[in-house]
Design a binder for this molecule. Structure first.
Ligand code: COA
Length: 380
């Protein structure tokens, strides 16, 4: 393959890959640990609470979590510290600079899965995008570390658009193919969301899980006979503070606030729900019209996996009827919200059964706000 091709191409998805951490935390285990933390905290602050100087913390509930979100469990890279009521934070063995970092390691696993499925030699890939909502370090880029581990000769960079990182990555990769700047691009999304989650916050402690996905976007000329044609991609951002994380390199001068809640994921869940559902449904319908695709005839929606209720409403508005599990599959029950990887996991686990010519939609939405649509049609 020619890494310096300038011939305009047509982008397709050749294959996807998935890495799922072995360990998983059920809602029952999560709530047990959270409630033990609450009891400890309230006992430690009993005098202040009795004097009316502090509010007691409240127990979480398995029933609430499942009803409000559809989440029953989440995979994590290192379970023990997360559910230890005395820790409730991620802990990972430090690694030297000559060892593969954790984020690159799981990204490489997902990328290898996608390459094997496509029958693609890593040496024939032109570019790697590491598209995820958090990066383990600012530089050198995680993407370049993944590129090096896979022995890819080309270029790589990181990009972050929170929950929409993967779809923004797919459009970026597709644009490289369309312009002739690359013929084979890996979009890797290692999401170690256990790191940005506040495990001590009752409103959100149940939301996230860890995973890595990879999408191999290629020029149809070199793609395997069986692939997914990319009919069109569309991106949208609208500023909102309703999902926010203030962690960043300029915070290091304020050590007293480093551990405060706003340096982790915080959200106004209800507002997100109300504002994002119409925005995304309208965007999907408008894009379908632009592509001359009947939205009500879409065979399957692989929606962002944040909340089962949001997906139900968006699917209803797009399809014109209540979607069943076949039309809008969920992976929330076992994976939780995996940020930008969610819609890719849904696609990865639920696309083999579709027939030649079937049309579907990969769609993300989340912080920013940000939203991305990738309309695809099965070939072969
Ligand atoms: N256990 C038990 N009860 C809980 C609870 C928990 N863990 N967390 C909150 N509650 C209670 C609240 O105290 C509140 O009680 P009240 O009615 O007596 O005041 C009630 O449940 C409702 O809380 P609320 O935060 O309004 O829940 P919700 O129904 O809006 O569901 C979300 C919360 C986060 C699941 C939901 O808003 C959501 O998914 N929003 C979209 C999130 C999203 O997509 N974010 C993008 C992330 S990338």
């Amino acid at each position: 393959m020619n890494a310096h091709s300038t011939t305009a191409g047509h982008p397709v998805i050749s294959a996807t890959g998935l890495f799922t951490p072995e360990e998983s935390i059920s809602n029952e285990e999560l709530v047990q640990s959270f409630n033990a933390f609450v009891d400890r905290h309230n006992a430690q602050h009993a005098d202040a609470i009795a004097a009316g100087e502090a509010e007691p913390l409240t127990h979480s509930s398995v029933e609430f979590i499942e009803k409000a979100s559809g989440i029953k469990a989440r995979h994590v890279i290192n379970k023990a510290p997360l559910i230890d009521p005395a820790i409730m934070e991620p802990r990972h063995e430090p690694r030297g600079n000559d060892e593969l970092s954790i984020m690159a390691e799981i990204g490489v696993e997902a990328a290898r899965d996608a390459l094997a499925k496509a029958g693609r030699d890593a040496a024939d890939v032109d570019a790697v995008l590491c598209a995820a909502s958090n990066m383990q370090r600012p530089y050198p880029a995680m993407a370049i570390e993944i590129q090096q581990a896979l022995e890819i000769d080309g270029f790589a960079f990181d990009m972050n658009v929170a929950c929409s990182s993967a779809t923004f990555g797919i459009q970026t990769a597709a644009d490289y193919v369309r312009s002739g700047n690359a013929k084979s691009v890996l979009v890797v999304s290692p999401e170690i969301t256990s790191g940005h989650l506040n495990w001590r916050d009752r409103d959100s402690h149940f939301i996230f899980g860890d995973v890595a996905t990879a999408v191999l976007v290629e020029d149809v000329e070199i793609a395997p006979a069986k692939h997914w044609d990319i009919l069109g991609t569309r991106l949208k951002t609208v500023f909102s503070n309703n999902i926010r994380n203030n962690f960043g390199f300029l915070n290091r001068a304020e050590p007293e606030t480093m551990g405060s809640d706003d340096k982790l994921f915080v959200q106004e869940g209800r507002k997100v729900f109300k504002e994002v559902v119409p925005m995304v449904a309208e965007m999907i319908v408008a894009e379908a019209e632009r592509l001359s695709v009947d939205p009500t005839a879409l065979r399957r929606l692989w929606l962002h996996q944040a909340n089962a209720g949001m997906n139900r409403l968006i699917a209803q508005r797009v399809l014109g009827h209540e979607a069943n599990a076949d039309e809008s599959p969920t992976v929330l029950d076992t994976y939780g919200n995996t940020s930008s990887a969610g819609s890719i996991i849904a696609f990865h686990l639920n696309n083999e059964d579709l027939a030649d010519g079937d049309t579907g939609l990969i769609c993300s939405f989340g912080a920013g706000y940000s939203a991305g649509t990738v309309f695809v049609r099965k070939v072969g």
